[in-house]
Design a protein around this ligand. Structure first.
Ligand code: M6P
Ligand code: ZN
Length: 185
């Protein structure tokens, strides 16, 4: 793929959209198999309409080495077995960094390096920095959609198997007063 020519991307903060548009990814509950601790609650949610959990809307910058793609992810509010709705989470196979910018709603950025986990509360205007080698998952901790902008190296890749194998170090649950992290189970 040849490098793309310079172009302007309009960032519609209110609508949480990038224009021109590249690919949009829609992840339903059925796409999150094996990720929630409560498998039966996950199955019930799939059977009960298989709701959209999050969408990822990208600008047309390709995911290839040396390019710098961006995307906006919007996670719907909800819980499954008490666990807050979240992205699948992934590791970058070649350990490159990434940044997230909170746009709307309340969320969290859970990171795990295989030994330690870290959590960053994400609000509009928060930049969450993901260092090389830290798997990352985003969580909607509020009761409205949570949106964030991501900027990442085009060659970073998405290793979802890493999370299935190693977990994320902790899980985020809804509580009466907000949310809490519990040890991985
Ligand atoms: C952010 C970026 C994307 C990622 C998306 C959804 O927008 O990190 O690269 O694809 O979140 O996360 P996941 O791929 O884990 O489902
Ligand atoms: Zn990433």
């Amino acid at each position: 793929t040849p490098p793309v020519a310079p172009f302007a991307i309009s960032f519609d903060h209110e609508a949480a959209r990038l224009e021109p548009e590249g690919p949009t990814l829609t992840r339903r509950m059925s796409d999150l198999e094996g990720l929630f601790a409560d498998h039966e609650a996950w199955q019930a949610a799939v059977a009960d309409g298989d709701p959209v959990v999050y969408r990822v809307q990208s600008s047309p910058v390709p995911e290839v080495d040396r390019e710098l793609p961006q995307s906006i992810t919007t996670i719907e509010p909800g819980t499954t077995g008490g666990e807050l709705w979240m992205t699948k989470g992934h590791q970058h196979p070649n350990h490159q960094g990434e940044i997230y910018l909170g746009l709307h709603g309340a969320g969290g950025l859970l990171m795990y390096d295989g030994t330690r986990h870290e959590w960053i509360d994400m609000a509009p205007g928060t930049i969450g920095y993901i260092p090389p080698g830290w798997a990352h998952r985003s969580v909607n901790t509020g009761d409205e959609p949570y949106s964030f902008l991501a900027v990442y190296p085009g060659g970073a890749g998405h290793d979802y198997g890493w999370v299935l194998e190693h977990g994320m170090g902790a899980r985020a649950y809804r509580t009466a007063s907000g949310h809490e992290l519990r040890p991985w189970s």
